[in-house]
Design a protein around this ligand. Sequence first.
Ligand code: NAD
Ligand code: MG
Length: 391
Amino acid sequence: MTRGICILGATGSIGKSTLDVVSRHPDQFRIVALTGNHRVAEMQLLCQQHHPELVVMAAPEAAQQLRMGLGDAGLKNIQVESGPEALAEAARMSGVDEVMAAIVGAAGLLPTLAAVEAGKKVYLANKECLVMAGNLFMERVRQHQVTLLPIDSEHNAVFQCFADGKGVRRILLTASGGPFRTWSAEHLAVVTPDQACAHPNWVMGRKISVDSATMMNKGLEVIEAHWLFDLPASRIDVLIHPQSIIHSMVEYVDGSVLAQLGNPDMRTPIAHALAFPERMESGVSSLDLAHGPDLQFETPDLQRFPCLALAFDALQAGGAAATVLNAANEIAVHAFLEGYLPFLRIAAVVEDTLGELQPAAPNCLDDVLAIDQLAREVALRHLARHGSGMQ
Ligand code: NAD
Ligand code: MG
């Protein structure tokens, strides 16, 4: 019996790596639903290759164009829908057993929650879900007794080394340090979006690439690890490891440290999660330690990369601080990518928004969404101030 898969964010970097792995095992999987935002040509190609039953494009005009394109290509039997409710519907479909949550940002929260509430097995790449609504999200996972497996390479590595969590002293999340690890503050002041998106080890979407460059990505991952492994901030450490060969480590009270290694290719954690508790081929080449680079480690520099400190502070502050952090960061990163905000001001917008807003912990989903919205409005105001030096 094949397992029906829905990929939320199929046109993205994780979505495509997932399709690559799944395609290697046609005896095990069938693609039931794919979702995207506005990249019509890419989605049309995915439809021709994978023949899903349903496709959802978040943008209505993209759905319309895709319908026409599929009609011309003789693929009229693929249903095409659009909008947020259709995204959630794709995750809930009866033929879907498992959902890859790979939409970027807060837009992924509602469809991923829909998958959880429908009792689907969930593979979580969309870390922003847990940052903005960790408590509520994990509560629903427990309530619906859903299997949730981490795709983020660090969390997947920790999961592989964590066993039942007995005797764990701390986890060490490794971080490449991004493309600007060795750059001076003066150089950081003038970096461009293309420089920020040129990651030395990974090819990723533009938002996560900028997050890696500011190290906010590692901060989001600390919060993600807190919710996934139920550990306080004091037991989550970040270690710079520029080669991205060790994907993270777990230290036990007896001094043992278990690490997961592999070439930096997201198909490994994706295949691990898809096959768990078995193993499957991913297409990733063997790790050649003898001929590879030397493995190096260093402590993160919180002065040059203040976003990491802001995320640790938000986790420690509790309440809705992480929801505010995530929303402000999304606004600031978008503005940087569009050329309105200098790179170093991303942290300033996030810090000022966190300074202005300290809402109480959200009790329900509506609270989370209201705080997210308010934080975006406040961040936009701070953006206007910090971005005014541009052009
Ligand atoms: P990406 O930008 O390449 O792809 C994002 C996907 O989300 C696309 O399919 C896009 O169509 C969809 N999307 C964007 N905005 C949307 C909206 N408003 N509504 C509906 N769909 C929307 O991003 P990515 O690099 O694949 O990352 C996806 C998620 O996985 C992120 O949360 C990221 O942090 C996480 N992640 C990525 C990597 C990686 O190597 N790329 C590694 C670990 C975790
Ligand atoms: Mg990661």
